[in-house]
Design a protein around this ligand. Sequence first.
Ligand SMILES: Cc1ncc(COP(=O)(O)O)c(C=O)c1O
Length: 416
Amino acid sequence: MELLTHERAFRSRADKTASGYRIALPSSRWGTQYVGTVTYLSGTPGAGPRTELDTASSEPLHPAAREVLLAALDQGYADPRRLHHPGRSARLLLDNARAVVAETLGVRTDEVSFTGSGTEAVHRGLLGLLRGSRRGRQVAHSPVEHAAVRHAVAWGGEPVEVPCDRAGRVHADDLTRAALAPEVGVVALQTANHEVGTVQPVGEVEPPDGVPLFTDACASMGRLPLPGGWAAAAGSAHKWGGPAGVGVLLVRKGARWRNPFPGDDRVDERVAGFENVPGALAAAAALQAVVAEREDVSARQRLLVDRIRAAVAEIPDTEVVGDPVDRLPHLVTCSFLYVDGEALVHALDRHGFGVASGSACAASTLEPSAVLAAMGVLTHGNVRVSLGRDTTEAEVDRFLAVLPGVVRDLRAEVGL
Ligand SMILES: Cc1ncc(COP(=O)(O)O)c(C=O)c1O
């Protein structure tokens, strides 16, 4: 059985509706069934080559994950708590996934849980530490944390923001000092920033005894080794080439973590709901594969990002933001004065390049990026470019050949 792509569905059995085109799911046994609608937002689908440069939002499925996922869909569907053969089979696969993630990340197997998303891993990790803390309800955190962290703190605690510098980095001493206040129960610091790539000094923060550190590693897991010093951490599989809808929650053995949400009678008491065994196994396979190839891929991506940084700096009235060296290997954010970020995203899309607005996480609310505002850099006219494991030099060169003209044209539209 094969799920048709947009274009093929369109050409073969497509059925135009008010909102787009239906996708067909053909099956020799069940006949073709329509399962959903998609909307073509702009341009002609399939026209011209496309280069997707938004892997920081979501990386395509790694080939290693695809293979495992397809096999596990058949082998891992059953309830892993059941004693019959399919149940034991699902349990074996789940245990296997946990063991692979633990070994790949260098943690203990009993420190790994699978959640329904990176966001859920953040919520459970952070709020579980807060619930277990014997100190106050305040959470000292950087101003550049992902919305998942900020929402969790707003829901279950009280935020204490510690400022960052212009590169988006919080100084470890500042966070350590903030954690001394008796009202502070938890410290939260991301491993690396998801919008500008700056790596944070997680291992250098020294909170007092009884104040655990939570690190949101969703942007970096698989790409950078885990830092030290955390009591709980979160990762997101679709950021490293695993399937969407799978998160990884790590809780250090001995950490005072208490389930902040209703319990459940599952294999793993830290999470709730029926386990996504195929997803967990595919996430583990992808993580193992990306860590194995990390040195080569990162080295290539670093050079390409350096090239983008240098070329963008040549365009008048631009700013390349984030730490130029101590950063995620695959992403860079640039601000273009007098240009609207969304207009830039649309224009580049028409030229076949998929990039995110720097304020991608807030794009639905049209709010300026809280990350960029906290850094004190331009909050408009931003794009975030993030490379895939297969992005080539030729694709980056094509992008850099197009970008200056696109910026010039957009500025000309506003009379500059
Ligand atoms: C730093 C960071 N934290 C958390 C998340 C949330 O992960 P998920 O998309 O799996 O819910 C993301 C994803 O954008 C992220 O970049």
